[in-house]
Structure formats: C-alpha cells, structure tokens
Design a protein around this ligand. Structure first.
Ligand SMILES: C[S@@+](CC[C@H](N)C(=O)[O-])C[C@H]1O[C@@H](n2cnc3c(N)ncnc32)[C@H](O)[C@@H]1O
Length: 266
C-alpha cells in the first residue's frame, strides 16, 4: 500500500463506531447512480469504502465490487459485514488513492464505475481523477458523493450547540465541511472535467432524518481521530457533557440530509 500523506486515523474503536452509527445511503442514491450510468457494466470500485456504507448495497447491483481503503480496521469490518450478509461478489483491498493506477494491471477491462463517498478530501484528487479516467470503461464514470453535512456543522440549534461543546473539548473548531460544502464540489467538478470526464454535474437526494442521542454520540465518536477518542472509562462523562450542552431531546435531533452526487462520464 502506498500512502499519499497524513490520513485521519480511523483505527480501533473509531472503526467500530463508524460501522455501528454512521448513516448509510438510501436506495434513492443507488437509483441515482443507475440513472447516471445506465450502461455501466463490470467492476465497481468504492475508494475509501470505510466499513462498506456504499460497497455493501452496491454489491447487489454490480457484477463485482472492489472496496478499497488504507485503514485495516475499517476494511476488516466491511469484509465481516459482507460475510454476514452473504455477499460473494466483493473484494476488499488495502490501499489508498495512490494505489489506483496499479489496478490497471489486474483490470484489463477497466472499471465500470468508481464511487468515492465522504472520502475525497483525503485524496490527491487531481492525480486520482486522471488515473480513474484512464481506467474507466466506455459508458462508465465516477461519482464523488457527499453524505450530508457533518452533525456539528448543520444549520440548527442542536448542531450549533454540539459544535460549541466539541470545540471547547478539543480546543479548536472542527472541520466545517469534510468535502461536503458547495465550494468543495465546484473544485472537484472542475478537476473531473480537467481530467477528461464529460457531462460533469451534481444530482442531489434530500430526505429528513432524526437522530437519537445515542446515534448522535456514536456519529461524533466515529468522526474523532482514534488518538483523540476519550479513553473508554472517560466516555460516559464526555457523553454527559455533550447531552447537557444540547437542547433537550424531544423525539430526537432532526436533520435534513442532502446527499450530493457529483458524476462524470468516462
Ligand atoms: C469518512 S470515511 C467514508 C466511508 C464510506 N465511504 C462512507 O461513505 O461512509 C473515509 C474513509 O476514507 C479512507 N481514506 C482516508 N484516506 C484515504 C486515501 N488517501 N485513499 C483512500 N481512502 C482513504 C479512510 O480510511 C476512511 O475509511
């Protein structure tokens, strides 16, 4: 595995929280991929697959899915979930964006589709998009997907209160967008076009959701670098501080989830 530089540490308990609490993708997102690439057939790469949020549901709709991620703990949980679900057409590859060009040697037919969900901000996207363009089969393409706005960066009272509490705990403001903001999408769109992808455009899938406090807390823990996760014995006190900082939970913490798919045809 080659690495491109410092990557967020998704090891250990962070991976477990990710698998247990991070939201997946509703069927409408998979339908949007199918509409964008109706003739794409062959291997699908999920780069930065994490614990399989996209790779697992995609396996039911693709010939083969390659889930690729540089973090062994995330990849191991994706593989375990695939086994539990009886998925037989998924491969799990330890690797980063810098390893993508090497796929050419083992995929002579190229890739039907590459999806990158909530992960492109850790990649050298310009080099990556060029490598993917060279690997993409006719009719196929790339989808750079942002799965909603981070829970601490939303336009709501509870999200602002969460951000204040987390900033106080960590002694710094948290990343505002993780690649999900409009300005990020514009940069990625320009880079996709520069790499040779055509018909580059954004499709959005909107839906309302509501998180329980437990889901909210698990999501926060899934987004903290493993080195900064409170020790297990300190987590209940951390949870109590967050709960006290948030407005009272009525039925839950409501949010409006916007999934953005930036697609380009190869
Ligand atoms: C926020 S998770 C996203 C997981 C999943 N794709 C999703 O949509 O929920 C980001 C993943 O990107 C991986 N990652 C970080 N740097 C990467 C890189 N340079 N190349 C590929 N994956 C990377 C991390 O290990 C992590 O599993």
């Amino acid at each position: 595995m080659t690495t491109t530089g410092p990557i967020q540490d998704f090891s250990g308990d962070v991976a477990a929280y990710y698998a247990a609490y991070r939201r997946g993708y509703p069927p409408a997102v998979l339908d949007a991929l199918r509409s964008a690439f109706p003739t794409a057939d062959g291997a699908v790469l999920d780069l930065g697959c994490g614990t399989g949020q996209l790779a697992l549901p995609l396996a039911g709709r693709a010939r083969t899915v390659i889930g690729m991620d540089p973090e062994p703990a995330m990849l191991g949980l994706a593989r375990a979930a695939a086994e539990r679900q009886g998925i037989r057409n998924a491969l799990w590859l330890l690797g980063s964006d810098a390893d993508v060009p090497a796929l050419a040697g083992v995929l002579p037919e190229g890739l039907a589709l590459t999806v990158i969900g909530n992960a492109v901000h850790w990649m050298r996207h310009e080099e990556l998009f060029r490598a993917l363009h060279a690997l993409t089969r006719p009719g196929g393409g790339v989808a750079v997907i942002a799965n909603g706005t981070p829970v601490w960066a939303q336009d709501s009272d509870w999200s602002r209160a969460l951000h204040r509490a987390l900033a106080e705990h960590f002694g710094r403001p948290l990343a505002a967008s993780c690649g999900t903001a409009a300005a990020d999408r514009d940069r990625y769109a320009a880079a996709l076009a520069a790499a040779g992808f055509t018909d580059v455009h954004e499709t959005v899938v909107d839906y309302p959701d509501e998180l329980t406090f437990e889901q909210l807390l698990g999501t926060v823990w899934s987004a903290i670098p493993a080195s900064e996760l409170p020790a297990p014995a300190d987590r209940p006190a951390f949870a109590d501080r967050l709960r006290a900082a948030l407005p009272p939970e009525r039925t839950g913490y409501p949010e409006h989830v916007r999934v953005s798919l930036l697609t380009g045809r190869g």
